[in-house]
Design a protein. Sequence first.
Length: 251
Amino acid sequence: MTAWTLRAFDVLDSTNEEVRREAEAGAAEGLAVLARRQTAGRGRRGRAWVSPEGNLFLSVLLRPKATPAEAARLSFLTAVALAEAVELADPALRSKITCKWPNDVLLDGAKLAGILLESRTAQVAPGSAGGGLDWVIVGIGVNLAHFPPDTPYAATALAAHGVTAAPEDFAGWLLARLGYWYGRWQGEGFAPVREAWLGRAQGIGQAVVVRLPDGDLQGRFVALDETGALLLELPDGSRQAITAGDVFPAA
Ligand code: BTN
Protein backbone atom coordinates (compact mmCIF):
# COMPACT_ATOMS: atom_id res chain seq x y z
CA MET A 1 0.00 0.00 0.00
CA THR A 2 1.41 3.39 -0.87
CA ALA A 3 -0.63 5.88 1.15
CA TRP A 4 -4.02 6.56 2.65
CA THR A 5 -6.63 8.58 0.76
CA LEU A 6 -8.77 10.22 3.43
CA ARG A 7 -12.34 11.34 2.74
CA ALA A 8 -14.21 13.18 5.49
CA PHE A 9 -17.98 13.51 5.81
CA ASP A 10 -20.24 15.38 8.21
CA VAL A 11 -22.71 12.54 8.42
CA LEU A 12 -22.94 9.01 7.02
CA ASP A 13 -25.11 6.00 7.71
CA SER A 14 -21.95 4.07 8.58
CA THR A 15 -18.35 4.59 7.50
CA ASN A 16 -18.08 0.82 6.96
CA GLU A 17 -21.07 1.02 4.65
CA GLU A 18 -19.56 3.92 2.69
CA VAL A 19 -16.28 2.05 2.25
CA ARG A 20 -18.20 -1.08 1.20
CA ARG A 21 -20.00 0.92 -1.52
CA GLU A 22 -16.64 2.27 -2.71
CA ALA A 23 -15.02 -1.18 -2.58
CA GLU A 24 -17.81 -2.66 -4.69
CA ALA A 25 -17.28 0.19 -7.17
CA GLY A 26 -13.59 -0.73 -7.43
CA ALA A 27 -11.88 1.73 -5.05
CA ALA A 28 -8.21 1.05 -4.40
CA GLU A 29 -6.69 -0.16 -1.15
CA GLY A 30 -5.91 2.72 1.16
CA LEU A 31 -9.24 4.53 1.07
CA ALA A 32 -10.04 5.87 4.55
CA VAL A 33 -13.44 7.33 5.39
CA LEU A 34 -14.08 9.52 8.41
CA ALA A 35 -17.49 10.81 9.54
CA ARG A 36 -18.33 13.32 12.27
CA ARG A 37 -21.37 11.22 13.12
CA GLN A 38 -23.15 8.09 11.92
CA THR A 39 -26.88 7.46 11.77
CA ALA A 40 -26.62 3.67 11.51
CA GLY A 41 -23.27 2.80 13.12
CA ARG A 42 -22.69 -0.93 13.41
CA GLY A 43 -21.00 -2.85 16.18
CA ARG A 44 -20.00 -6.50 16.36
CA ARG A 45 -22.61 -9.24 16.52
CA GLY A 46 -25.26 -7.08 14.86
CA ARG A 47 -25.26 -4.54 17.69
CA ALA A 48 -25.74 -0.83 17.00
CA TRP A 49 -22.81 1.53 17.65
CA VAL A 50 -24.05 4.82 19.09
CA SER A 51 -22.25 7.49 17.10
CA PRO A 52 -22.48 11.06 18.47
CA GLU A 53 -20.38 13.94 17.17
CA GLY A 54 -17.04 14.25 18.98
CA ASN A 55 -16.10 10.57 18.76
CA LEU A 56 -14.06 8.91 16.02
CA PHE A 57 -15.74 6.90 13.25
CA LEU A 58 -13.20 5.70 10.72
CA SER A 59 -13.12 2.85 8.21
CA VAL A 60 -10.32 1.81 5.88
CA LEU A 61 -10.29 -0.34 2.78
CA LEU A 62 -7.62 -3.03 2.47
CA ARG A 63 -7.09 -5.58 -0.25
CA PRO A 64 -4.46 -7.87 1.27
CA LYS A 65 -3.15 -10.97 -0.47
CA ALA A 66 -4.31 -13.22 2.33
CA THR A 67 -6.77 -15.93 3.21
CA PRO A 68 -9.88 -14.94 5.20
CA ALA A 69 -8.36 -16.60 8.29
CA GLU A 70 -5.14 -14.56 7.94
CA ALA A 71 -7.08 -11.34 7.38
CA ALA A 72 -9.09 -11.92 10.57
CA ARG A 73 -5.80 -11.19 12.40
CA LEU A 74 -5.97 -7.59 11.15
CA SER A 75 -8.00 -6.86 14.28
CA PHE A 76 -4.88 -7.44 16.41
CA LEU A 77 -2.72 -5.05 14.43
CA THR A 78 -5.53 -2.49 14.49
CA ALA A 79 -5.76 -2.80 18.28
CA VAL A 80 -1.99 -2.24 18.61
CA ALA A 81 -2.19 0.78 16.27
CA LEU A 82 -5.08 2.14 18.34
CA ALA A 83 -3.15 1.76 21.58
CA GLU A 84 -0.20 3.61 20.03
CA ALA A 85 -2.49 6.38 18.72
CA VAL A 86 -3.85 6.87 22.25
CA GLU A 87 -0.27 7.24 23.44
CA LEU A 88 0.31 9.88 20.79
CA ALA A 89 -2.74 11.72 22.16
CA ASP A 90 -1.25 11.53 25.68
CA PRO A 91 1.94 9.59 26.47
CA ALA A 92 0.88 9.50 30.14
CA LEU A 93 -1.82 6.98 29.24
CA ARG A 94 0.77 4.35 28.23
CA SER A 95 0.37 2.15 31.30
CA LYS A 96 -3.45 2.30 31.25
CA ILE A 97 -4.08 1.13 27.69
CA THR A 98 -4.65 -2.58 27.08
CA CYS A 99 -5.84 -4.78 24.23
CA LYS A 100 -8.73 -7.08 25.05
CA TRP A 101 -9.12 -10.28 23.07
CA PRO A 102 -10.30 -10.41 20.35
CA ASN A 103 -10.72 -6.79 19.28
CA ASP A 104 -11.31 -4.12 21.89
CA VAL A 105 -9.05 -1.50 23.34
CA LEU A 106 -9.48 -0.66 27.02
CA LEU A 107 -8.46 2.39 29.02
CA ASP A 108 -8.13 1.67 32.72
CA GLY A 109 -10.10 -1.55 32.17
CA ALA A 110 -13.08 0.11 30.43
CA LYS A 111 -13.86 -0.06 26.71
CA LEU A 112 -12.46 2.91 24.80
CA ALA A 113 -12.57 1.59 21.25
CA GLY A 114 -14.10 -1.15 19.15
CA ILE A 115 -13.10 -2.71 15.84
CA LEU A 116 -15.43 -4.21 13.25
CA LEU A 117 -13.90 -6.21 10.39
CA GLU A 118 -16.00 -6.96 7.34
CA SER A 119 -14.75 -8.75 4.25
CA ARG A 120 -15.73 -10.24 0.94
CA THR A 121 -14.15 -13.27 -0.65
CA ALA A 122 -13.42 -13.11 -4.35
CA GLN A 123 -15.67 -15.19 -6.60
CA VAL A 124 -13.86 -18.20 -8.07
CA ALA A 125 -14.60 -20.23 -11.15
CA PRO A 126 -16.16 -23.63 -10.39
CA GLY A 127 -13.47 -26.28 -9.90
CA SER A 128 -10.62 -23.83 -9.23
CA ALA A 129 -8.84 -23.44 -5.90
CA GLY A 130 -10.55 -21.46 -3.11
CA GLY A 131 -10.69 -17.69 -3.50
CA GLY A 132 -8.64 -15.10 -1.68
CA LEU A 133 -10.07 -11.91 -0.33
CA ASP A 134 -11.56 -9.26 -2.52
CA TRP A 135 -11.59 -6.63 0.23
CA VAL A 136 -11.45 -6.14 3.97
CA ILE A 137 -12.95 -3.15 5.73
CA VAL A 138 -11.54 -2.24 9.11
CA GLY A 139 -14.06 -0.09 10.96
CA ILE A 140 -12.89 1.68 14.10
CA GLY A 141 -14.91 3.55 16.69
CA VAL A 142 -13.14 5.45 19.47
CA ASN A 143 -14.86 7.17 22.36
CA LEU A 144 -12.96 10.43 22.26
CA ALA A 145 -15.53 12.77 23.82
CA HIS A 146 -18.45 10.56 24.90
CA PHE A 147 -19.11 7.00 25.97
CA PRO A 148 -22.45 5.26 25.98
CA PRO A 149 -24.22 4.81 29.31
CA ASP A 150 -25.89 1.51 30.18
CA THR A 151 -23.50 -0.82 28.38
CA PRO A 152 -23.20 -4.45 29.50
CA TYR A 153 -19.46 -3.77 30.01
CA ALA A 154 -17.65 -0.75 31.51
CA ALA A 155 -17.04 1.98 28.96
CA THR A 156 -15.00 5.18 28.99
CA ALA A 157 -13.80 8.04 26.78
CA LEU A 158 -10.51 9.90 26.44
CA ALA A 159 -12.27 13.04 27.70
CA ALA A 160 -13.15 11.21 30.92
CA HIS A 161 -9.37 11.00 31.50
CA GLY A 162 -8.89 14.70 30.86
CA VAL A 163 -7.57 14.22 27.32
CA THR A 164 -9.05 16.26 24.48
CA ALA A 165 -8.50 14.95 20.96
CA ALA A 166 -10.25 16.09 17.78
CA PRO A 167 -11.39 13.21 15.53
CA GLU A 168 -9.33 14.57 12.61
CA ASP A 169 -6.15 14.63 14.71
CA PHE A 170 -6.77 11.19 16.16
CA ALA A 171 -7.47 9.82 12.67
CA GLY A 172 -4.06 11.13 11.54
CA TRP A 173 -2.21 9.40 14.41
CA LEU A 174 -4.18 6.20 13.95
CA LEU A 175 -3.68 6.00 10.19
CA ALA A 176 0.07 6.52 10.64
CA ARG A 177 0.31 3.61 13.12
CA LEU A 178 -2.07 1.45 11.10
CA GLY A 179 0.03 1.97 7.96
CA TYR A 180 3.16 1.02 9.87
CA TRP A 181 1.70 -2.21 11.30
CA TYR A 182 -0.03 -3.17 8.05
CA GLY A 183 3.33 -2.90 6.30
CA ARG A 184 5.01 -5.11 8.91
CA TRP A 185 2.20 -7.67 8.73
CA GLN A 186 2.52 -7.83 4.95
CA GLY A 187 6.31 -8.15 5.11
CA GLU A 188 6.82 -10.33 8.20
CA GLY A 189 3.49 -11.99 8.91
CA PHE A 190 1.63 -12.15 12.20
CA ALA A 191 4.59 -12.79 14.58
CA PRO A 192 5.62 -9.16 15.31
CA VAL A 193 1.97 -8.10 15.61
CA ARG A 194 1.31 -10.94 18.03
CA GLU A 195 4.31 -9.93 20.14
CA ALA A 196 3.22 -6.28 20.27
CA TRP A 197 -0.36 -7.27 21.10
CA LEU A 198 0.80 -9.65 23.87
CA GLY A 199 2.83 -6.82 25.37
CA ARG A 200 -0.44 -5.00 25.94
CA ALA A 201 -2.84 -7.90 26.50
CA GLN A 202 -5.60 -7.45 29.04
CA GLY A 203 -5.95 -10.32 31.51
CA ILE A 204 -3.04 -12.47 30.37
CA GLY A 205 -2.22 -15.08 33.03
CA GLN A 206 -5.51 -14.41 34.80
CA ALA A 207 -8.63 -16.45 35.46
CA VAL A 208 -11.28 -15.64 32.87
CA VAL A 209 -14.70 -16.75 31.73
CA VAL A 210 -15.18 -17.19 28.00
CA ARG A 211 -18.78 -16.80 26.92
CA LEU A 212 -19.53 -19.12 24.00
CA PRO A 213 -22.83 -19.64 22.18
CA ASP A 214 -23.31 -22.98 23.95
CA GLY A 215 -22.27 -21.88 27.46
CA ASP A 216 -19.43 -20.47 29.55
CA LEU A 217 -15.92 -21.89 29.87
CA GLN A 218 -13.76 -21.03 32.86
CA GLY A 219 -9.98 -21.18 32.83
CA ARG A 220 -6.75 -19.18 32.70
CA PHE A 221 -5.86 -17.00 29.71
CA VAL A 222 -2.33 -18.30 29.09
CA ALA A 223 -1.40 -17.08 25.61
CA LEU A 224 -2.36 -15.98 22.14
CA ASP A 225 -1.39 -18.65 19.64
CA GLU A 226 0.22 -18.01 16.26
CA THR A 227 -3.21 -17.94 14.59
CA GLY A 228 -4.68 -15.34 16.96
CA ALA A 229 -6.70 -17.83 19.03
CA LEU A 230 -6.87 -17.34 22.80
CA LEU A 231 -5.30 -20.28 24.64
CA LEU A 232 -7.34 -21.17 27.66
CA GLU A 233 -5.93 -23.49 30.32
CA LEU A 234 -8.82 -25.49 31.74
CA PRO A 235 -9.03 -26.65 35.37
CA ASP A 236 -7.81 -30.14 34.33
CA GLY A 237 -4.62 -28.61 32.88
CA SER A 238 -5.53 -29.13 29.23
CA ARG A 239 -5.49 -26.22 26.82
CA GLN A 240 -8.26 -25.17 24.51
CA ALA A 241 -7.88 -22.72 21.62
CA ILE A 242 -10.76 -20.24 21.54
CA THR A 243 -11.38 -18.62 18.16
CA ALA A 244 -14.54 -16.63 18.95
CA GLY A 245 -16.35 -15.52 22.07
CA ASP A 246 -16.45 -12.82 24.74
CA VAL A 247 -13.94 -12.85 27.58
CA PHE A 248 -14.60 -11.58 31.10
CA PRO A 249 -12.52 -11.64 34.28
CA ALA A 250 -13.60 -14.60 36.46
CA ALA A 251 -15.63 -13.45 39.46
C1 BTN B 1 -17.67 -3.17 18.46
O1 BTN B 1 -18.81 -3.63 18.54
O2 BTN B 1 -16.90 -3.16 19.42
C2 BTN B 1 -17.17 -2.63 17.13
C3 BTN B 1 -17.60 -1.22 16.92
C4 BTN B 1 -17.12 -0.64 15.60
C5 BTN B 1 -17.71 0.73 15.35
C6 BTN B 1 -17.09 1.41 14.15
S1 BTN B 1 -17.47 3.12 14.09
C7 BTN B 1 -16.76 3.22 12.50
C8 BTN B 1 -17.22 1.97 11.75
N1 BTN B 1 -18.52 2.18 11.17
C9 BTN B 1 -19.45 1.39 11.72
O3 BTN B 1 -20.67 1.38 11.41
N2 BTN B 1 -18.90 0.62 12.66
C10 BTN B 1 -17.47 0.86 12.79
